[in-house]
Write a protein that binds this ligand. Structure first.
Ligand SMILES: [Zn+2]
Length: 105
């Protein structure tokens, strides 16, 4: 049996972290490029890194929101496909997992 209260607390904390991080990245992305041409390549590289990081964070936010929904519904940690319990280690690695390891493949 999964301790969903602890999981929800952990996911909510992670959600706050991600939201703050996305806001920070957004702030950096809107900064103008360096006036010095030699710095602009670096700036653009940083931008690309920030954007892919932000996209990953947003994907994780979606997963966490879905997981919190499932916790509310009492469906968290139960495989959508076969109804078996999803292994805790799998949920640890993938909080948004909706299928057990056997059905995921
Ligand atoms: Zn399954």
């Amino acid at each position: 049996m999964t301790d969903t209260k602890a999981v929800a607390a952990r996911l909510t904390a992670r959600l706050d972290e991600l939201t703050a991080e996305i806001a920070r990245l957004d702030g950096e992305t809107t900064q103008p490029l360096s006036p010095k041409f030699s710095d602009q390549a670096n700036d653009l590289e940083d931008l690309a890194t920030n954007e892919s990081l932000e996209a990953r964070h947003k994907a994780e936010v979606e997963q966490i929101r879905a997981a919190l929904h499932r916790i509310e519904d009492g469906r968290y940690g139960v495989c959508d496909n076969c109804g078996a319990d999803i292994a805790p280690a799998r949920l640890e690695a993938l909080p948004g997992a909706t299928r057990c390891i056997n059905c995921a493949a």
